[in-house]
Design a binder for this molecule. Structure first.
Ligand code: GDP
Ligand code: MG
Length: 243
């Protein structure tokens, strides 16, 4: 059910890191168009930029943010404040560093300030570092080497995002739960508990049967309405009970 909800509502992912590491380039690469301004000039991105994307069936809201650094520019400072705000609201942080530099002391300080949340360390610009894209377990969880500009390792990123969203097992059998399905399951559970209660209280079989019927009705709201006869037929066909 949790997976179903995520599939419909999406996961919010914030791209953060120091200026110039390629955050906006990554957003553009994922979006498939030039949503954000990319420049060699540090401090280009100010306002958080949100894109709603569907990546290999996974709905995401990706937020590109201002590079985190000390600055005297008042507008950039406001952008950085909003970047931290975006992080607070996100469910996953993609922390970018330049693969040529690796994780610097400044990066470590920023990582320590991130809100408690799942994070993925991305070593971007692997093309310049002469490294091949790869997804591997690092010292602080999963790490990914990629090149946003060359489009290398983006498939691995999508794979990692799916795993983070708890959707790594997505297959044909995925059940798209809706709120009313969850409600029906709750009701079924409560009727089943009642039925057990009736039986332990003093073998009120007919009252227990009524609760079981109500539980079945609740389940019927998920599976499509079925009469008890149709359901019994189905049970006998599939499980050969009583034979
Ligand atoms: P941001 O400040 O983190 O948003 O960085 P940008 O996306 O604006 O990129 C800064 C500079 O790095 C730009 O000149 C990009 O073209 C360049 N860049 C970003 N990603 C890569 C990459 O994977 N490989 C290479 N070679 N250049 C990159
Ligand atoms: Mg930027």
């Amino acid at each position: 059910a949790g997976q179903g909800r995520r599939l419909r509502e999406g996961v919010t992912v914030a791209i953060v890191g120091q200026p110039n590491v390629g955050k906006s380039t990554l957003l553009n690469a994922l979006a498939g168009y030039e949503a954000a301004i990319v420049s060699e000039q540090a401090g280009t991105t100010r306002d958080p930029l949100r894109e709603h994307l569907l990546l290999d069936g996974l709905p995401l809201t990706i937020v590109d943010t201002a590079g985190l650094r000390e600055t005297d520019d008042a507008i950039e400072r406001e952008g950085i404040r909003r970047a931290w705000q975006a992080l607070e609201k996100a469910e996953l942080a993609l922390f970018l560093v330049d693969d040529r530099e690796g994780v610097s002391d400044a990066d470590r300080a920023l990582l320590a300030r991130l809100p408690a949340m799942p994070r993925l360390l991305l070593r971007n610009k692997c093309d310049l570092a002469g490294q091949a894209p790869a997804l591997y377990p690092g010292s602080e969880g999963q790490e990914l080497r990629l090149s946003a500009k060359a489009g290398l390792g983006l498939d691995l990123l999508v794979q990692a995002l799916k795993a983070q969203a708890g959707l790594s097992e997505v297959g044909e059998g995925l059940f798209l739960a809706r709120a009313r399905h969850l409600e029906a399951l709750d009701q079924a559970a409560s009727h089943l508990a009642q039925a057990r209660q009736r039986l332990t209280e003093g073998a009120h079989a007919e009252l227990a049967a009524e609760e079981l019927r109500l539980a079945q009705q609740a389940l019927g709201r998920i599976t499509g309405e079925q009469s008890s006869d149709a359901l019994l037929g189905e049970i006998f066909r599939r499980f050969c009970i009583g034979k």
